[in-house]
Design a protein around this ligand. Sequence first.
Ligand code: CAA
Length: 501
Amino acid sequence: MASTFETVGVVGLGTMGAGIAEVFARAGIAVVGVETDPGALERGRGHLDGSTGRALSRGRLTEAERAEILGRVAFTTSLEDLSDCDLVIEAIPEVMDFKRALFTDLDRVCKPSAVLATNTSSLSVTAIAATTTRPGRVVGMHFFNPAPVMRLVEVVRTVSTEDGLAEEVAGLARRLGKTPVTVADRAGFVVNRLLLPYLNHAAALLEQGLSTRDDIDTAMRLGAGFPMGPFALLDLIGLDTSYEICEALFRESRERRHAPAPVLRELVTAGLLGRKSGRGFHGEEPPANPSAEEKPSASTVAVVGGTAANGTGAADGAAEAFAERLSAAGFKTTPVEEADLVVAVSRTPVIEQAVRLPHPARLVGLNLVGDQVAEVASTVLTSPGAAQVARGLLRILGRTSVSCRDRAGFVVGALLHPHLNDAVRMYESGYASMEDIDTAMRLGCGYPAGPFEMLDRLGLETVRDGLRALYAEYRDPSFAPAPLLDQLVTAGVRSIRDLSS
Ligand code: CAA
């Protein structure tokens, strides 16, 4: 039976639920918003007031439009008020027992034709559907935070979902101004299955001391072009939610990459959940002291080339180009023996080059990422002074420097290459098409390009070689290049997206 979806219920008016209610109300659909008690209901109303108030102050809504939107939302603490709804979407905490109990109640209260949807980000939609007498009319409808802004909705159909229902719900998502991607019921669906392992990996690298929270955030924003760094995004999603998603992924995959980083557990246990609790990875901290910024002292600089990621030692001209930029900025480069600072322009660790020098403490690795970021790698022998001079030099050249240890991939490669590899593995598994994966990551996470677009831009061989270097260093099976990626490079194929055309 085709559904019209004129009245929709939203159960749970936390950040996500209130955002979802706003999205429906903005599309002209009557909403019944339900919370457990009057206090929670008021907080939910406050979310809606705040969000629409912000749009008003930015001139995105008129006072009349805002009143109309808010007028479409009825607030109640009684589930019975959902009896006339054509669709009810649940956005309560990610605890299976709570969801099961709620769906049993919704099944009793809602009319038989009503669709029951869950906004779960990590639990099995099939298991939730099985608690009802209408598993055929249960789907996942997964929104992204902030719901009024992010344009993606993942529509999840289970083996029990009635034919045609996922398409109807996808049509509803379009009516809301969103782009639907329809997927089967697998832990994390498309976005969280790709996003959370990357965020978790960032947390693990922070724990390993690869770099600092702020430098990792900066590297991924300015170097990879992501709208937020991993720690800012973990704080937005909520560390408890992030932890639960990683757990759900690990339960299904048993992959080490999915096991939550210990720092996540520690922060969650301490109640530091991110934005919702006021502190997570980021929190209240003193502003940076500008006088602590590095100033380059009068130094003599030498620039040397590094080894290519494939270990062939092939020069790619990056060192020469960097030396030219230094000269253009008025710096005189000197032979290595006379230099106070030796900059080894390299995509791979530089310790081997350092130990060949008379003064290994003077060498730093340098990897230029995009046109804004410079990764400055210190080896175990690099003196703090040399790294400081290098950062000052880069500031004069207009680059934001990111300090890191001398490890495969430095920061951006170490995080981005496995993330892209995961997307190839997802495609190879047949779970989603390249177009759907690209769309999901662009619209769900605000990426400037989808993973396959990024792969083509970076070069398949560069990413494959980056993964090989990471695998050689960490021996983590999930860093081994996906067989498809390896084969495409071997076959000389330049664009992975050619496969989908
Ligand atoms: N609620 C409503 N609107 C909001 C908002 C919020 N919480 N936050 C931002 N906005 C709106 C602003 O009003 C503004 O709209 P206008 O242009 O119409 O005025 C617009 O979004 C841009 O906001 P800002 O200029 O303040 O900030 P920005 O440009 O830095 O963008 C962002 C903020 C949209 C959050 C952006 O940083 C981004 O896309 N980040 C990535 C977020 C992401 O990855 N989300 C998915 C997380 S995974 C998930 O949610 C699934 C899960 O199951 C865990």
